[in-house]
Design a protein around this ligand. Structure first.
Ligand code: LER
Ligand code: MN
Length: 270
């Protein structure tokens, strides 16, 4: 398992659970100085991301790109893969497709979290799931062209009513034609939704593609009360060899959140 830390480049996401903010070069430098293996980047959109700068920062510091978020499509542009308007669903797919291409050029997956949308407006849950499955089956081959996966992230009940648990995510993945869609298991969301976090990870097995490494209160691991040792044991048992990526609030500040994360990562994995 490898360590990663998040960098948000989305001013509109201010107050959200990202460690470093607004400055790709500074975030990469701090991540490298603390000894992280990789960064996870949350761009405002594909065209607004300075890909050459990202490449030079990663090269200079010997960092990898762990994953790239697509949530700005919702936060900034109000796009969702399950919007009732077909034109909006198309634009959501196009928005994510462009991020898949950039992330893929670094060998990294794109994340579909809040872009899944939610069941609402008198249209059935089944229809929303069908729209989501259709979008994943359209986007996953684009990730496959880069030899990467696409990550679907279950979110807690205050953010969606669509894919909320690891079991929901696994069922959706089982219904797809594509075989390169994996789960992003965010320990903060799981703390709210799962009966047993370690048990849910064990059940998901090889479907676990990425982990958001966060404590019960969405602060850096060690600043809350989630017991990590059964979680790490479960991840070891299922042979997970991806990233534990800190998507946490920058509290008390970015540097302390990052420092606490890497200390916890080392303590958990020793
Ligand atoms: C949002 O709560 C979250 O966990 C993000 O990773 C989803 O885009
Ligand atoms: Mn997350």
């Amino acid at each position: 398992m490898r360590s990663a830390v998040t960098i948000s480049l989305v001013p509109e996401a201010s107050g959200g659970p990202f460690v470093f903010w607004h400055d790709l070069a500074a975030g990469c430098a701090q991540a490298a100085e603390l000894g992280f293996d990789a960064v996870e980047v949350f761009p405002r959109s594909a065209p607004e991301l300075d890909v050459a700068l990202l490449r030079s920062c990663l090269d200079r510091h010997g960092l990898k790109l762990a994953a790239m978020g697509t949530g700005a499509g919702w936060v900034v542009h109000k796009l969702r893969l399950t919007d009732h308007e077909e034109a909006v669903r198309r634009r959501a797919c196009a928005f994510i497709g462009e991020i898949i291409d950039i992330a893929g050029s670094f060998g990294a997956p794109a994340i579909i979290g809040s872009m899944q949308g939610r069941t609402e407006g008198g249209v059935s849950h089944e229809q929303h799931l069908a729209w989501l499955a259709e979008a994943l089956d359209e986007l996953a081959p684009r990730a496959a062209e880069h030899g990467t996966t696409l990550l679907i992230e279950p979110l807690n009940r205050y953010e969606t009513n669509l894919i909320r648990s690891v079991a929901d995510g696994a069922k959706l993945i089982g219904s797809l034609k594509a075989d390169n869609v994996k789960l992003l298991c965010d320990l903060f969301h799981m703390n709210i939704e799962e009966r047993d976090i370690a048990g849910a990870l064990s059940d998901a097995g090889r479907l676990v593609g990425h982990v958001h490494f966060a404590d019960s209160n969405r602060r850096a691991v060690g600043f809350g009360h989630t017991p990590m040792s059964p979680i790490i044991s479960a991840l070891r048992r299922i042979g997970f060899d991806g990233y534990l990526s800190a998507e946490v609030l920058p509290l008390p500040d970015s540097n302390e959140a990052a420092r606490q994360t890497i200390a916890s990562f080392r303590a958990c994995l020793q």
